[in-house]
Every structure is written in C-alpha cells, then in structure tokens.
Design a protein around this ligand. Structure first.
Ligand code: CTP
Ligand code: CA
Length: 226
C-alpha cells in the first residue's frame, strides 16, 4: 500500500463524531457536567480529516484550540441538543463515533431565574437524559459503522462488551481509569478496543493522536467494509 493511499484511506466517507462533555443547566448561571476535555474526540476528528474523510463534529462545550474550518462543526450544550444535532446528520453518515461524555442525568427543571440561597438544604431532582448512541443504534443502516467509548472503573471488559451489544456498536474503545497516563485532561491515553466478533487489542500509553490513528486502523478492519 502506498503512502498516499494510506493517507486517503477514508476518502469519500462521511463521519459523525460526538465529543466533549454536555452541560445540563440548573438555572441561567449553573450547570451539571463532567471532566471531559474533548481531546480524544478532537484527535479522532483530525485523524479522519487527514485521512480524507468528510468530518461532522457535534461538540459539547470545550476549551481546546480548534481549526473548525476543517470540519462541519456544530456546537451544542445539553444532551438534548447533542441528540437533536446528531439525529439530523445520522442518516447521511458512513461512520458514527460516539466520543462524547454525555451527562446521564439532567435537572428535572431549569429555573428561569438564578436559584437564590436559602437557610434550608437544597435537593435537586434529576431526570434521565436521552442515550444518543442507543437511540441512533436502533436506526443503524446496513454498512454503517457505529463506534462507542466506555469509561469503567470496575469489571471493565465485561461492562464494555455489554455496552457494545446493548448499543449496537461495531467496535468499542475502553478507556481504563486505572491506568497511568490515561484520562480526561491528559494528552496521552491507553485503550482497549473490542470488536463485535470478540477480538480485542490493547494499545500502549501513547499520545491521543497515535491512539486515534490506531482506532482508525481498527475501524478499517471491521467486517462491514468487505
Ligand atoms: N452515550 C451517549 N448518550 C448518553 C450516554 C452515553 O451517546 N446519554 C454514549 C457515549 O458517548 C459512549 C457510550 O454511549 O460512546 C458509553 O457511554 P458510558 O457513559 O460509558 O455508558 P452509559 O451507557 O452511560 O453507562 P454508565 O455511565 O452507567 O456506565
Ligand atoms: Ca454514562
């Protein structure tokens, strides 16, 4: 295989990537969120772009320096907005990568004014958010590839494989919280990639761009391409 064909091996493919955290508003000045930086999602977006794909990004709020002109970029805040933007694109995509750290719950109500402090304790009721990967997984077309991520702190392999099945993923990337050099805000990561057919590979601790390249190589091996 020539250098050129390797570089353009995703040419003609439309790729959706959800990335970053979501923010679930409590009131006009507060939200519930998580520590996702969007670095792994962005590394994947860059890798797909440089290998010739047309990349559609739906991103929660991130603070990274991004050249958005390389992508079809949509900024969203909440899980609801991320679902709506992703759902619009989904039917046109060849590959969907669910790299976002979507908040599992959101406040049941968004106060229209700033919640004032009182002498009493405050209890916040949370309701379940839409599971974007699960819902879009139900609509997956033949030939379309869905790639999920999992973050586990226990029973990693079992939990990751259960998510692969439940969400109709072709491949799931497990981020291990236990490993040194892997994590939300870091530039490095170590992942384990599980295929639908039970095969798996593990990466070294490496730069997120190198991990992204490895994930793309694994996507190329998925049975659906043949
Ligand atoms: N995901 C999603 N929408 C959600 C929650 C998760 O699209 N509301 C996607 C993530 O982007 C990821 C995969 O589903 O690709 C697994 O996310 P994860 O949080 O690990 O799994 P959950 O199903 O939310 O289970 P839990 O957090 O309880 O482990
Ligand atoms: Ca979750």
């Amino acid at each position: 295989e020539s250098h050129f064909s390797k570089e353009q091996d995703f040419k003609g493919k439309k790729v959706l990537i959800t990335m970053g955290p979501t923010q679930e508003a409590l009131d006009p000045v507060r939200f519930i969120s998580n520590h996702s930086s969007g670095k792994m999602g962005l590394a994947l977006a860059n890798a797909f772009h440089s290998r010739g794909a047309e990349v559609y990004v739906v991103s929660g709020p991130i603070t990274l320096d991004v050249d958005k002109s390389k992508f079809n970029w949509t900024d969203v805040q909440s899980a609801k907005e991320m679902y709506s933007a992703s759902n619009k694109l989904h039917g046109l995509m060849d590959i969907c990568v669910f790299a976002a750290a979507v908040a599992d719950y959101a406040p049941a109500q968004i106060a229209s004014e700033k919640i004032k402090k009182s002498d009493a304790e405050l209890t916040i009721e949370l309701v379940k958010n839409v599971d974007i990967a699960l819902e879009l997984g139900k609509q997956k077309r033949p030939g379309q590839l869905h790639i999920g991520f999992a973050l586990e702190t226990e029973n990693e392999k079992e939990n990751a494989n259960a998510k692969l099945d439940k969400k109709n993923f072709d491949l799931i990337v497990l981020n291990s919280m236990k490993e040194k050099g892997a994590g939300f805000q870091l530039d490095t990561n170590r992942v384990h990639i599980f295929q639908k057919d039970g095969k798996s590979i593990s990466s070294e601790v490496a730069n997120k761009s190198k991990i992204a390249a490895l994930i793309l190589d694994q996507i190329k091996l998925a049975p659906v391409w043949v």
